[in-house]
Design a protein. Structure first.
Lengths: 111, 116
């Protein structure tokens, strides 16, 4: 199983809402990532968790709050987002084989 | 810091013709290089990687890539393009963050259009 599962696939939220994105993998990978991707642009790294601890935060605004409850799950909590935060949010995991495995993404629209 | 560059925003090729998507890298030490493909509104699919060894790397869906150390390039190739290969292609390098954790840095992407 080389699958990274992200839910929901699509999310529309208002600027005052609180929502969460979820990511799950069962490959035993101990590094998990959140990337943000705008249309026709490369993915930009947001956060990296290593062994369930936040290892890299690429100066992401505090309205994005990551959480790693266990070695298989990664959440991204969203609060008071802006319309410019609308993007495809990608989760990935890696360990062992050097390549990262990506989920299908959550398409987020902030209205 | 490691980086990769993709000099072409778009590549057009006729179906059945060979295709090349270019990537150059800037790394210190031995590079770990990757190619990913992305179809519209989808995640990234891993195609192939170069770690060490043979300079010609074979990957999924008939794709291959040639690692050239002297030219610091890692071009993606396919002998005969299919219309279904039309997608966005990203070259990537694995970098070590200051915390000792790996992260993946992507090029700007190249849109491949295969014309029937």
């Amino acid at each position: 199983d080389t699958e990274v599962t992200q839910t929901p696939k699509h999310l529309v939220m208002g600027m005052t809402n609180k929502k969460s994105l979820k990511c799950e993998q069962h490959m035993g990978h101990r590094a998990m990532y959140w990337y943000k991707q705008k249309a026709k642009k490369p993915p930009e790294l947001m956060f990296v968790y290593s062994y369930e601890k936040l290892s890299i935060n690429e100066s992401v605004p505090s309205r994005f709050s990551p959480e790693c409850p266990n070695s298989s799950l990664l959440n991204l909590h969203l609060h008071a987002l802006q319309p410019e935060d609308s993007a495809l949010y990608l989760c990935a995991s890696s360990q062992g084989p050097p390549e990262a495995f990506f989920g299908q993404g959550t398409r987020l629209t902030v209205v | 810091a490691q980086s990769v560059a993709q000099p072409e925003d778009q590549v057009n090729v006729a179906e059945g013709n060979p295709l090349t998507v270019k990537c150059t890298y800037s790394v210190s030490g031995n590079p770990y290089l990757f190619w990913y493909v992305q179809y519209p509104n989808r995640g990234l699919q891993f195609l192939l990687k170069y770690i060490t060894g043979d300079n010609l790397v074979k990957g999924s869906y008939g794709f291959e890539a040639e690692f050239n150390k002297s030219q610091t390039s890692f071009h993606l190739k396919k002998p005969s393009a299919l219309v279904s290969d039309s997608a966005l292609y990203f070259c990537a390098v694995r970098d070590m963050g200051t915390s000792g954790t790996y992260k993946y840095i992507f090029g700007t992407g190249t849109r491949l259009k295969v014309l029937a």
